[in-house]
Design a protein around this ligand. Sequence first.
Ligand code: SF4
Length: 323
Amino acid sequence: MTLLDRIDVKVGYLCNNSCLFCVQAHNKGKGRDKSTEKIISILEESRKKYEAVVLTGGEVSIRDDVFDIVAAARDLGYKKIHIQSNGRRFYYRDFCVKMIESGATEFGLALHGHIPELHDYLTRAPGSFLATLRGIRNLVELGQSVMTNTVITKSNYRHLPAIAQVLVSAGVFQYQFAFVHVAGNAKTYAPAVVPRKTLVAPYAKRGLDVGRARGVAVMTEAIPYCFMRGYEQHIAEKIIPETKIFDAEFVIESYTEVRRNQGKAKGPPCEECDMRKICEGPWREYPEMFGWDEFKPVKWHSVTGGADIAFREKKTAPPRKGA
Ligand code: SF4
């Protein structure tokens, strides 16, 4: 257990967006939202081991008791209180101020388009783009650390560089592009929602370049090394903190383990790949849809810092000077 380990409490599943790619859609409206008491008892029990909490859902910000929950986490001594949100309620500046005063320390908001037509199409919530973007700006103006997530879909992947421009202009501290996970709504609408990773990769790289040029932390998730040559240092899986998840009807003790061993998959090309020990592979549903033809084994010499990684893995001789 390290200070970076954290709990992720899914407080409920109701949401004021209805995203085409929502992985929690099947949990919505089934009476699975946790009571205030239940959430606070999870926070109390977990505080013995953890110093960081992510509050998420569904949409945590639409709960009447959200400030009480955040304040309870603060009073219990959590050092990091991360609010994961679609960002719409942060449109209201007094809501932002109250959230900060209650004890929230980090904000993870979600922007999926560079213009209202695209973002609102994906969230199926008219007006959500303007509300979320205003929310991001409000928090930045209030001196908060804002990181964002953009789910990569068939509709928005060509616009990742433009989305990055919007995020950098808004002053985010970090942004991430996460390849859509084919579950929940994304599974229902898969043909319309899931793009090919081969087509996505060049746009993702150009999207990362926008932030790199401005000193913004940038990451991608669920796009393996074989698609991200030259951008290996931006692969998020390497640094996702170990997380215990309190989901609707179950608890996942180690999300890292479940993600690596059950969620993600490796295929025949991975057997020949020098990154196979480090790489998690794609979410398993992707090759179930498209097969493994796009995945091309990586050789150490083609990876940024590959010689050093190979040395650590005791695969080769020590790297030459300047290698
Ligand atoms: S292990 Fe598989 S998925 Fe990962 S980089 Fe290598 S070929 Fe790609």
